[in-house]
Design a protein around this ligand. Structure first.
Ligand SMILES: Cc1ncc(COP(=O)(O)O)c(C=O)c1O
Length: 286
């Protein structure tokens, strides 16, 4: 997701890309040592679509190399890794409360950390880096990344609903899985313990008979909106020059062939049944 590279670029650092692990669709822990160089300061592990990245191996590598680990749990609120909440295993974790997330405040998000110093630093930077000693004095360039009191009030009310919203997402994922398991050429491997089930994704492989885009077109004609997986960052016009000549075959394959299905926590079992029946019909329509 482009925000991950942008966050690095905004602070004057250079993002380094690592390909995806085909099993988790997240950062490939095996490729990490090859990409972490002398200047590397931190690793961002993104729990894409709510699926936990391989934090065991990634955190181990960061410890060994003295690197900071930031978890991007924007899509993974409610998920876990070995029983611990996603977003809480690294030096810092972030969540997004944008309108399409598990809980929302319209816009906005949250940083969590165990470190007092980091929390203090984040509070300082989000509020124009106002000096504590002197009014309207700024020794650094800060940001206006504040959440308003109104949004925070909505967020607190949303937190009370988190368990219910999460249960609905888990129910959706189970219903999709039960109905689509075993469809030839539809790879649903993107699932494991602790998945936050923000969305339910699938990768369309050649055995499915029609392409991902043909499937999306067929479903659109039945009134079913789907989204393709993220287009890899090195292919984005904003970053093409920075990553010219670099190849990330797994990300490219996922970007070209992955899609996810409607994911609202308000979906009914009947609606999911219809969507899955149409996926099967698309296959036999070739
Ligand atoms: C993985 C990931 N990281 C970061 C963000 C950015 O979050 P926000 O929109 O709250 O800035 C998003 C999505 O919005 C995301 O999906």
């Amino acid at each position: 997701m482009i925000a991950v590279a942008n966050a690095v670029t905004y602070c004057g650092a250079r993002p380094v890309l690592v390909d995806c692990d085909p099993a988790t669709f997240n950062l490939d822990a095996e490729s990490l040592p090859k990409k972490a160089g002398r200047k590397t300061k931190a690793v961002i592990a993104v729990h894409t679509y709510g699926h936990p990245a391989d934090l065991g191996q990634i955190a181990g590598f960061c410890r060994k190399r003295g690197l900071r680990l930031i978890e991007d749990a924007a899509e993974a609120l409610g998920g876990s890794f070995q029983g611990r909440a996603l977003g809480t295993l690294g030096d810092a974790g972030i969540y997004s409360f944008y309108a399409n997330k598990v809980i929302t405040t319209g816009e906005g998000g949250m940083v969590v950390t165990d470190s007092r110093a980091l929390a203090e630093r984040a509070r300082f930077l989000r509020d124009f880096a106002f000096s504590k000693e002197r009014h309207f004095w700024h020794e650094e360039v800060g940001y206006n990344y504040r959440m308003s009191g109104l949004q925070a009030a909505v967020g607190l009310a949303q937190l009370e609903r988190l368990a219910r919203l999460q249960a609905a997402r888990n129910r959706n994922a189970r219903a999709y899985r039960d109905a689509l398991e075993g469809v030839p050429g539809l790879n649903l491997s993107h699932s494991s313990q602790g998945h936050a089930n923000w969305v339910f994704g699938a990768v369309v492989e050649p055995k499915f008979g029609i392409s991902r885009d043909e499937l999306r077109g067929f479903l659109a004609r039945q009134g079913i909106e789907t989204r393709g997986f993220f287009i890899p960052i090195h292919r984005q016009p904003a970053y093409q020059r920075m990553f010219a000549g670099e190849r990330y075959p797994v990300s490219e394959f996922l970007g070209d062939n992955g899609l996810y299905f409607p994911a609202s926590s308000a979906l009914t079992g009947k609606e999911i049944g219809y969507i899955c029946a149409m996926v099967r019909r698309a296959r036999s329509s070739r």
